[in-house]
Design a protein around this ligand. Sequence first.
Ligand code: NDP
Ligand code: MG
Length: 383
Amino acid sequence: MKKRNISLLGSTGSIGRQSLDVIAACGMGVAALTANSNVELMEQQVRQFKPELAVMMDEMAAADLKVRIADTGVRVAAGMEGLLEAAALPDADTVITAVMGMVGLRPTLAAIRLGKRIALANKETLVCGGDIVMAQAKEYGAEIVPVDSEHSALFQCLQGNRDRGEVKRLILTASGGPFFGYTKEQLEQVTLAQALKHPNWSMGAKITIDSATLMNKGLEFIEAMHLYDMPPEKISIVVHRESIIHSLVEYCDNAILAQLGTADMRLPIQYALTWPQRIAGPATQLDMLSCPNLTFAPPDPETFACLGLALKAAKLGGNAGAVLNGANEAAVGLFLKERIRFADIPRLVALAMEEVPFGPAATLDDVLEADAQARRVVLSHVK
Ligand code: NDP
Ligand code: MG
């Protein structure tokens, strides 16, 4: 198996920390680590993994890190420039994109233009700029291998069968989140603490809220369209509360292939690094005999309006994904600071989709502009 040398963007986050578990277990190299402001953890990671470059998005945090790790000889950089440098480091053949939010778009494009393998966790990048990202990956011959568990499951079920026109449908599974079965009235009452408790997965705060609103499944729907070049009518969502089947592919002969496993992100992270091979790794084994019964139910995009809005954006194409995502990032940020209520999130996203003019997302500027406008609309409706 190829021993990869990795730039890990977002190393202090949930995916970042699990990536380092996998990297350590598989004996791979670390070229760069990046974070936003968590200097303590970055210092520990630098000392353990000895990268060439450590980046803090926050300038003050970068200055602090520089002092803390002066004895190590590891270079420190800051801000978007630092993030771009980490993504483009000549010694790294692989970039894991595990930052939160569309801030990952420019570094991902920088790595793609250098033909690096992208182990892509940062779904916001594809939702905003999927047209550009996929076109450039093709042009520069960069492999994009998904880390998101559903897309990794699809990727695994598509091996050997991908480009022969035999796929009838991609089926994304959804846990349904902590509020499955709630009515609209009940959703009006939920608190931040309740929304931060996901039944099956332990993740960063933003994606945990997205899982509670079902926006996460909507973002994943758009992510799947881009990754597998599929029209929206060939992708379905099924609620599967147990999170054991991570997604399925239905073929033209009605065979359905599924990928099963525990809710452990280290498996999809590892596969994105070792593909097309498999090796033994740290992910927990699934014991079929102690598994709960597997259940399936339809999603409810009426009650969970964020999902309905994402499906609408998926059909619209153009800059609708960037508007949806920008508005959602802004709204979730406000909810996490308890400045708005849970049920305000879809309201604010809907307003942004109404107010920002529809247009193309053919250039990076188109995407950045749609994102900025959507955020402005959200803020303009909140005192
Ligand atoms: P976390 O919030 O746990 O971690 C985010 C990471 O990005 C941290 O290292 C954080 O640094 C850094 N970061 C945050 N904001 C910025 C910024 N503005 N600029 C630069 N770096 C920043 O998120 P997750 O690990 O949960 O998720 C990361 C990505 O992976 C998301 O796109 C998510 O949708 C996706 N994903 C996550 C899954 C999961 O299981 N967690 C599953 C599937 C996809 P700091 O610690 O300093 O704040
Ligand atoms: Mg997922």
